[in-house]
Every structure is written in C-alpha cells, then in structure tokens.
Design a protein around this ligand. Sequence first.
Ligand code: MRU
Length: 347
Amino acid sequence: MTEQNNETVQALQWKGTYLRVLDQRQLPDKLIYDNYQDAKRVAEAIVTMRVRGAPAIGIAAAYGVALSVSQHYLEAPNHWQQSVAEDIALLAKSRPTAVNLFWALAQMQAVLEQNPENPVMACVAYAEKIHADDMMANRQMGELGADLLVDAKGVMTHCNAGALATGGYGTALGVIRSAVSRQALNVYAGETRPWLQGTRLTVWELAQDDIPVTLLADSAAAWLMKSGAIDWVIVGADRIAANGDTANKVGTYSLAIVAKQHGVKLMVVAPTTTIDWTIESGEHIEIEHRNPSELLPTCYNTEGSLVNAWNPVFDVTPAELIFAIVTERGVVLNPTQHGMLEIKDVI
Ligand code: MRU
C-alpha cells in the first residue's frame, strides 16, 4: 500500500534536514523513495522526471534552495552566496516550461535577500510554506471545480495532474476527487504517450483512493467523445499566459479541438503560481523538447540513423478553446486577458 498522509500519496516529504522523493519513474511497479541532501541531486531528479508535474517541480526546487543554503552556509559561512547562486542557476535549467519552477526560485531568492542573518531557517520555513500553500490551493480548486460538474456524468483527464504532480491532492485530479465525493462520475484517463503518465501514474493514484477509472489510448479520445460518454475534459497546466492560453502536456491541444467539435467542455485547473503574468499570450511559452531516444525504437537510436523523432512534451491550447480556468482564487469562465485580471490581485 502507499504511504499516505493527508489522504493522498505524498510525492515530496520534507524531513527536517533532507527531502524524501518518490521516484515516479518506477511507478506503478515499485514504490521507492530516495533521500536528497543537496540541490544538485534535486535538479537531477527534476531533469530525469523522478519529480514531475509543474507544482511539484516548484516545491522540489524550493526545497533544493533550502538544502543548498543549509549545505553552503555551514561549510563556508563567509562566502556561501556564490555556491547557492550556482545551485539556483542549475535548478533553473532543469526544465523550461513549468513556470512554477521559476516562480519558486524567485520567491526563495527574495527570502534569501531578506534574511541575511538567518538564511537557513528562513529558507526551510519558506519552502515548507510553498508546499503547504499548494496543498491548500488544491483543496480550494477541488471544491470550485466540482461545483462546475454538478450535472456531469463522465470526465476525461490527460497526463497526471494529481497528488503526485503537486504538494498533495492534485489539480485536475483534485477536482475529480472532490466531485467523486459528491456524486457518481465516470472517470476516463488517457495513457499520455510517450511517458505514460496516465497509464503509470493517474490510474494508480486514483486506484489508491478507491476511485474507479477507465484507461484509454490517447488516439481513442475522439471516439469516446463521439459516444457521448463524457461532458468535460479536465487537465492541469504548466504555464498559463496572461490571456489564458495554456501550456500543458502534449496532446492537450488535440483534446481541446476534439472537445469543441463534440460539445465537450475543457476545464484547466491550476494554482495561480502557474500563471505567468509577464507574457501576453501562449506564443511566448518555451516548449520543452526531450530527447528523440524517448520515442525511437532502439534500432533507430544510432548515430547516422535515417529515422529521427520529434518529441515536444507540451503544447499550447488557445484560451478560446477553454471553457473554465479554475484557480484557488476563483474561476475564470471563457478566459480572456480581461477576464484573467479578476484573479490577478485577489488575495
Ligand atoms: O512532463 P510532466 O509529467 O512534468 O508533465 C506534467 C503535466 O503536463 C501536468 O499536466 C502539469 O504539470 C500539471 S500538474 C498539476
């Protein structure tokens, strides 16, 4: 069974002096936690997708900064800043699309600057706050999103936007959890090629909570919608532009187009830490391309091979295809630049 705390699996656990991380690459076959005591290894855990999902990446990076300060401040109390700056730069390079990473690093940088006398305690406390705030935001979004689903009979999700991808409870899966506690709901999950976050993570996570779920091949989604089985597609986000354009796991854009064709609504669920107010539209979002080897059969994975692979791992769904963006500060229906301002400064 899973180690559960606060009802859902906890992928990231702060243990006072080190970070315990569930290795998501091993799921669902093995439940393996590793301990992390320095920022370089945390950065590597993000690069290699042991930790993944936008909010979880941000939280892990915040703990990474706390570990960096703890290590270097003790080793060299008079010139630790340079080493911490190098670790922050390394963490910032780990993945490009999830803005939660850069948000969390900027928050930790500010805490460092404001607490020159006691940086270790201040950074640890702030990383824990980022983690706790994310869990609270997920609960709030769960309730707000479930309010929209009162008449729904079926929903489909993509990738894993659950407890595993966040501080706990989840964004899209948080909404599904809250809705399932209120009403009968058929839940479908796309397998999410090539990393299979749907197959390996989402169905496992829901099964841990005794929530029935039906897995489908990504390419079966249009036919599922045609059948009338689902009313909503519910997804998370890696970065939302100021006009509501949303970057999420590759395949979300296709789902949005197919959903529109079939009168199925698209709900994006994300904390406000996923909104990048500095960019006007999704055109400015950097899309991560991962190694072609993640897609290619081994026989083509050679120097000089005639067979290559194109492997973008996110895409951008234009705001006009989104019915609702659910955040902890409120819901934006039919998002536009103007509508998004409603949640910008709400505290
Ligand atoms: O490549 P991943 O697994 O990090 O991609 C994750 C997603 O695309 C999620 O949908 C997104 O980060 C939201 S997680 C609450």
